[in-house]
Design a protein around this ligand. Sequence first.
Ligand code: ZN
Length: 99
Amino acid sequence: MPTNETEARPPGQGAGLPKDAHGSDVTTSIRRYPAVYASLYAPAGRRRMWWLTLRCPHCRAGHFGRVPSEAAAGGVRRTPCGRRVWVVVARVYRPEGAQ
Ligand SMILES: [Zn+2]
């Protein structure tokens, strides 16, 4: 009986997107655009819009945008340099005390 259990399980099925039998069309269509991680800033003070910052994979510049809601931040978005990216909200900054 082998007692050496140090060998890790080979990475295979865990990598990449989860394979979902249902509704995978949306995921594959979004995947046509490069994913970019963005920071989202909640409305503060008199602002009503959420602010969005991201590092553009096309032109390497930082882009800035406004969205009406937190839910509207993710997904395909057109950047000021004329390309499209798939925004993934990586961080959300909220005012202190707000939930
Ligand atoms: Zn750009």
